[in-house]
Design a protein around this ligand. Structure first.
Ligand code: ADP
Length: 202
C-alpha cells in the first residue's frame, strides 16, 4: 500500500485533483467527510465538545451547532486548540481505520485540507501539495464559489501558508494553468504513484 497525503489551500484545486486520482483508481479518504463523521450525535468527540464548550453548541436535534461553536473558537486560539485537541485525534484514528480497509496494492490518498496543520504529513509515504498563488485562490473562490473577497482572504489566512505547505511536500502540483492541463499533470502523477507503490511492495 502506498500512503499518499494530498493537501492544498482552499480553492487550490485539491478536490479536483482528488477526484481525478479516484478516476485513475486511487482509494480516496475524504477528511472533510471524516471531520463531520467524528462529531455525529452520540460520538465521543461530540460529548467532549459539549463538556468543554457547553450545551449551547448542541442543536435541539442533538447535532453539533457549527455556527455556535464557530463563534466561540473564532479569534480565540486557546479555544480552537482545545477543539482541535478533541477532533484531530478522532479524525486521525478514523482515517487509519478507513485505510486498513484498502487492499495491500492500493494507492490510498488521504485527501486532507489540514494535512500540514494536523502534523499528519510525516505518516505519509508521499506528500502531494496542490499549489497556486494566493491571488489565484482568491480569484477562483470569488468567481467560482461565490465568496466575497474578504471572506476568501480570511479563510486563506486561517490556513497554513503556501510556504509551510510546499515545505512539507514531496511533489508539488502547479494548478495555475487550465483544467485540461491539470488533468494531464495528474495523469503523470498517477503513473509516478503507481511506480512508487510497486517499488515499495518489493
Ligand atoms: P479545493 O478543493 O482546493 O478547495 P477545488 O478543487 O474545489 O479546490 O477547486 C476550486 C474551484 O476551482 C472549483 O470550482 C474548481 O472547479 C476550479 N478549478 C480547479 N482547478 C482549476 C483550474 N486549473 N482552472 C480553473 N478552475 C479550476
Amino acid at each position: 500500500m502506498l500512503r499518499v497525503g494530498l493537501t492544498g489551500g482552499i480553492g487550490s484545486g485539491k478536490s479536483t485533483v482528488s477526484s481525478l486520482l479516484a478516476q485513475h483508481g486511487a482509494v480516496v479518504i475524504d477528511y472533510d467527510r471524516l471531520a463531520r463523521d467524528v462529531v455525529e450525535p452520540g460520538s465521543p468527540a461530540l460529548d467532549l465538545i459539549a463538556e468543554r464548550f457547553g450545551a449551547g453548541v448542541i442543536a435541539a436535534d442533538g447535532s453539533l451547532d457549527r455556527p455556535a461553536l464557530g463563534a466561540l473558537v473564532f479569534a480565540d486560539p486557546e479555544a480552537l486548540s482545545d477543539l482541535n485537541g478533541i477532533t484531530h485525534p478522532a479524525i486521525r484514528s478514523l482515517g487509519h481505520d478507513r485505510e486498513s480497509a484498502a487492499g495491500p496494492d492500493a494507492v490510498v490518498v488521504h485527501d486532507n485540507p489540514l494535512l500540514v496543520e494536523m502534523g499528519a504529513a510525516a505518516a505519509c509515504d508521499v506528500v502531494v501539495v496542490v499549489d497556486v498563488p494566493v491571488e489565484v485562490q482568491v480569484q477562483r473562490l470569488t468567481t467560482l464559489r461565490g465568496m466575497t473577497e474578504a471572506d476568501a482572504r480570511a479563510r486563506i489566512a486561517a490556513q497554513a501558508s503556501r510556504e509551510e505547505r510546499t515545505g512539507a511536500a514531496d511533489l508539488v502540483i502547479d494548478n495555475t494553468g487550465p483544467q485540461d492541463e491539470l488533468a494531464s499533470i495528474v495523469g503523470g502523477l498517477w503513473d509516478e504513484l503507481v511506480s512508487r507503490a510497486a517499488a515499495k511492495a518489493v
